[in-house]
Each structure stands twice: as C-alpha cells, then as structure tokens.
Ligand binder design. Structure first.
Ligand SMILES: Cc1ncc(C[n+]2csc(CCOP(=O)(O)OP(=O)(O)O)c2C)c(N)n1
Length: 274
C-alpha cells in the first residue's frame, strides 16, 4: 500500500507536468483539443509509466502496441512520448509550424518514434488495434494491444463492427479504454446520439466490461490487471473522466474543445498547474 502511494504520487506529478506543457504548447502552436487532451492524462500516464512493455531506445522491438483511436488527443500523446524519451522534447517547440512533424493528429508510423498508427478520423483506431491483436494471436506473440477511444467516437459504425469482430475472434489480448468525458465536439454525447446504457452495449457485444474513475490511478491499475487476467474476451474499460480536467475554468466546459488559451488564460492555467 505504501509503495502504491509513492508510485501514485510520482504519477500525479508527471500528470501535472504534462498538463502544464500541453496547455503551453496549445497556446504557442494554436493547436486545439485541450479539453480532449486533459481528460485522458492519467490513463496515458499509467499506461506509459506502468503498464506497457515498451522501449523508447528500441521502439520497434516486439512491444505492446498503443493506438490513440481518439487521434485529436495527439498533443498529450506527443508530450508523453517526449517525456518517455522517444524523441527530443525540444522538437515539440516546432509544433504547429510548417515542416513540423507535430500537428493536430498522429502521423503515419515511421515519422515520430512511438506512433503506431495515423489516426484522427474517428472510428479507425479500434479496427487497426484489433488487426494487430489478431496478428499477435495467430502468430502466438506475447504482446498486448491497447487503444484509447472517445465517447463521441462510439457513434461511428466501425466501432460496433470491430466490437463484434474482436469478440467473435476471442481477442483477449486487446484492451480498449473509453475516455468517457460525456462531451463531443458540439455538445453532450448523450443528446447528440444516446450511448447509454454503454456498458450493457459492450457486454452484449461479447466484451469483458468494467467501469472506473479515469482519473484514479488505483482504479486504472486494477482495471488493467483485470483485463489482462481475463483470458477469453476482449476487454473494454469505460473510464469516467472530466473534459478539461486539471484547469478549473476548462473543466466540463466544452468551449475548450476548440479554443486556444490567450495570454491571460494561459497565465491562469499555468499558475494552477505549477
Ligand atoms: C470521422 C470523423 N468525423 C468528425 C471528426 C471531427 N471531430 C474531431 S473531434 C470530434 C468529436 C470529439 O468528441 P469525442 O469523440 O467524444 O472526444 P473528446 O474530444 O470529447 O474526448 C469530432 C466530431 C473526426 N475527427 N473524424
């Protein structure tokens, strides 16, 4: 328990630092989707610091795969990869500029170390992830595949076709996490196209299902452990989150889906995060 407390303290510190840098980079580069990035920080930090079998020095070894299906969350993934040492942090200063590799979405593999798939058009990361998981199963590889979806993304038909396919192939080596912040680009997810009862839907599609607080490291850790120990079905973790988490005036305020912080807002946000 004591060890867990130390571990979670460290993860909280990293999360705060990455939020700070993401807000700052959004201001400098005019890249949006801050609310979307801030809602999934703890999930990404836990995965990259505690869960994934990865090696930034040799990124293409027979590693676990992570696919950011909600590709517009790329700015936080770039911060994570830089902090893990996949590339020089200084490169992120070019974000948003002509010729930079760092824009709104992850590019195709081969350009930025650690990026496994070009995403951004919603509904495509899960199909890519299940293809990688299926290949791993056929080839008897030990790697696992993880993917992070968003709730608005669950409006896409490809998600449900993939859900059916992964269950029919018993892809227990696949874990999908849904960043369930209840918002999408222009409004409340439940009002735009009702998702509820979301957990029951995934269960009906044949998935091992769990629901957690997506900002709580203890719950994230346990749910990932449960996903690994289930050996029959693909797993989905519905992570309840707050869009804009960590900056008081961005929390649960969907204007921050597209808005870029001005100088004054940047100062306020960084003060809260420092
Ligand atoms: C196929 C497709 N349609 C539309 C968009 C434009 N778009 C970008 S983000 C977004 C919705 C964001 O809401 P959600 O998916 O719930 O993610 P959140 O930002 O709330 O985490 C949309 C519709 C897109 N990226 N892909």
């Amino acid at each position: 328990m004591f060890e867990d407390t130390i571990k979670y303290k460290k993860l909280k510190k990293i999360s705060r630092l990455l939020r700070y840098r993401t807000v700052q980079t959004s201001h400098n580069s005019s890249i949006p989707h801050l609310g979307s990035c801030l809602s999934c920080v703890e999930i990404l930090v836990f995965l990259y610091w505690n869960e994934l079998n990865i090696n930034p020095i040799n990124p293409n070894h027979d590693r676990d795969r992570f696919i950011l299906s909600k590709g517009h969350g790329a700015p936080i993934l770039f911060q994570v990869l830089a902090e893990k040492g996949f590339f020089d942090k200084e490169l992120l200063k070019t974000a948003g500029q002509n010729g930079s590799l760092f824009h709104e979405h992850p590019p195709k593999p081969g350009y930025i170390p650690g990026i496994e798939a070009a995403t951004g058009s919603l509904g495509h990361g899960l199909p890519i992830a299940l293809g990688i998981a299926l290949a791993g199963k056929i080839n008897k590889k030990s790697y696992r595949t993880y993917t992070l979806l968003s709730d608005g993304e669950c409006n896409e038909g490809t998600i449900w076709e993939s859900a059916m396919f992964a269950a029919s192939k018993s892809l227990a080596n696949l874990t999908a996490i849904i960043d369930y912040n209840k918002w999408q680009a222009t409004g409340r997810s439940q009002e735009i196209m009702a998702l509820e009862p979301l957990k029951d839907k995934w269960k009906a599609f044949g998935w091992h299902t769990q629901e957690i607080n997506g900002h709580d490291f203890f719950e994230i850790e346990n749910s990932l452990k449960n996903a690994v120990s289930n050996i029959e079905k693909p797993s989905v973790i519905i992570a309840n989150t707050i869009k804009g988490k960590g900056v008081s005036f961005m929390e649960d305020n969907n204007n921050w889906h597209y808005r870029i912080p001005n100088k004054e807002e940047l100062g306020k946000a960084l003060k809260e995060l420092s």
